[in-house]
Design a protein around this ligand. Structure first.
Ligand code: ATP
Length: 442
């Protein structure tokens, strides 16, 4: 079996040496980087199976900013990154996990635990169907499931639409796992995370010498995906002037690595995703209609979590189980009040927000029941509630004005803008409802 590669990123030579020794003994090939820059250069040439990243570089020991920044730069590669921290800094760890790391380990580490974690994360990342199970109990998701079962085995290009965190990436992996390409590669690439200057090299690859920093031949996403699935996430962020380059490959079925004369066949199935309204972007002249038609042979729209009530608690329970296991904690249940809070929250960040809320709750909870104190929820951003109480129109209008005034600390211009009326119109209503005293003087 091919040796798995672990990249250790730490500025402390002793730590790198110790990890190298330990992991070589477990039959891993270990490569080392002593800085963020060295790490970025290395992964241009070698694709490790896992990265072990120190969050606390000595230049910036307390904030871990450098490590977090690197984590974001690594995001388009979709490689499993495990964090190391010298001391339990929960806030930093949570930020790291939210920026895409798969796990963390504290220094000094327990050897067995470290080796087990590395092996399990490499396994998970290599088998998309192994990833978190897919929850779809709500009627909206049930309906979608039927469509997915029909579309997955076809070769049709799919466009997945949905707000942030609704599960677009997970769905793409699932469709791949349900297709006849399941034994081939799944290559995911986040278009928003690629600098414009690297777009062609990331997608189509380059040969040595194609540009100043091209020190080695490198395969791009199309080349790596081969006969598998290529997932282009956040396709809506692809700059207009680069769109023809992608369109051309989709039309001709061929691509040419930068600096090469040889054309290669694009054999992968394409799934793209966006949280943007592409029709609107086309109207605004920001997205090409011809590219849109190429991408969207079929469109799958993932509903927002607030429209999938029946999925909220099953998802929450799945996340509790997942994070309790990950953080070596005993299984927890939720109090009725905590459940009610989850069911009534607005979930602007959808399933991802729910997973973060549960992850935090599991981390900070020391009892066996999660209660409302452990649920740190973002305040609602919606100004109008969907369940409008039975009131007269006048009472409703008055209530809406009072709420808007409170929200803007009595500032009249801001309140008027929020309500979509002129300042004079607002003033007349303040007078009518005797609310002048509630408005602050500007
Ligand atoms: N139906 C589901 N069942 C189980 N887990 C889910 C489901 N949908 C989403 N998740 C989980 O929620 C998190 C966010 O999902 P994902 O990253 O796929 O969303 P996304 O729509 O691609 O987000 P973004 O728009 O920000 O790229 C992931 O941890 C994913 O595993």
């Amino acid at each position: 079996m091919k040796q798995k590669i672990v990249l250790v990123v730490d500025d402390d030579a002793d730590i790198r040496f110790a990890l190298n020794l330990l992991l070589r003994g477990e039959d891993y090939r270990v490569i080392e980087a002593d800085s963020v820059k060295a790490c970025l250069q290395l992964i241009e040439r070698i694709t490790p199976n896992l990265i072990l990243l120190d969050l606390n570089f000595s230049q910036d020991t307390t904030s871990g900013k450098e490590g977090l920044k690197l984590l974001k730069q690594l995001a388009p590669k979709e490689l499993p990154v495990m964090l190391m921290t010298a001391w339990a800094n929960i806030e930093l760890v949570v930020q790291g996990l939210q920026a895409g790391a798969v796990d963390f380990i504290e220094k000094p580490w327990n050897k067995r635990q470290l080796v087990n974690k590395i092996s399990s994360h490499i396994n998970i990342s290599e088998n998309p169907s192994n990833q978190d199970s897919w929850i779809a109990y709500s009627p909206a998701m049930q309906q979608l499931e039927m469509l997915i079962k029909q579309l997955a085995p076809t070769d049709a290009n799919l466009l997945i639409l949905g707000e942030n965190g609704t599960g677009k990436s997970l769905l793409a992996k699932r469709i791949h796992a349900m297709s006849h390409r399941a034994s081939e590669a799944f290559v995911g690439i986040n278009m928003a995370a690629i600098p414009e200057s690297l777009f062609e090299s990331e997608l189509f690859g380059h040969i040595k010498g194609a540009f100043t920093d091209a020190k080695q031949d490198r395969q791009g996403a199309f080349g790596r995906a081969k006969k598998g699935t290529l997932f282009l996430d956040e396709i809506g962020t692809l700059p207009y002037h680069l769109q023809p380059k992608l369109l051309q490959v989709l039309e001709s079925g061929e691509f040419t690595p930068l600096g090469s004369n040889t054309e290669c066949f694009a054999q992968s199935r394409l799934i793209s995703a966006t949280n943007q309204n592409l029709s609107h972007a086309i109207e605004q002249g920001e997205f090409r209609q011809d590219l849109y038609y190429r991408l969207n042979t079929f469109v799958i729209t993932l509903p927002a979590l607030r429209n999938r009530q029946q999925d909220i608690l099953p998802l929450a329970n799945m996340f509790i189980e997942m994070f309790a296991h990950k953080y070596n904690k005993s299984l927890m249940t939720m109090s009725a009040a905590a459940e009610t809070q989850l069911l009534t929250h607005e979930w602007a960040g959808n399933v991802r927000e729910l997973s973060h809320v549960i992850e935090r709750a599991v981390l900070i909870n020391s009892a066996n029941k999660i209660d409302t104190q452990q649920l740190i929820l973002e305040p609602s951003t919606r100004s109008v509630q969907s369940d409008i109480p039975d009131m007269t129109l006048e009472a409703l209008e008055k209530q809406r004005i009072v709420n808007a005034l409170e929200q803007h600390d009595g500032h009249l211009n801001h309140t008027a803008t929020e309500l979509g009326i002129s300042r004079n119109a607002l003033y007349r209503r303040l007078d009518k409802y005797q609310l002048i005293s509630e408005a602050g003087e500007e």
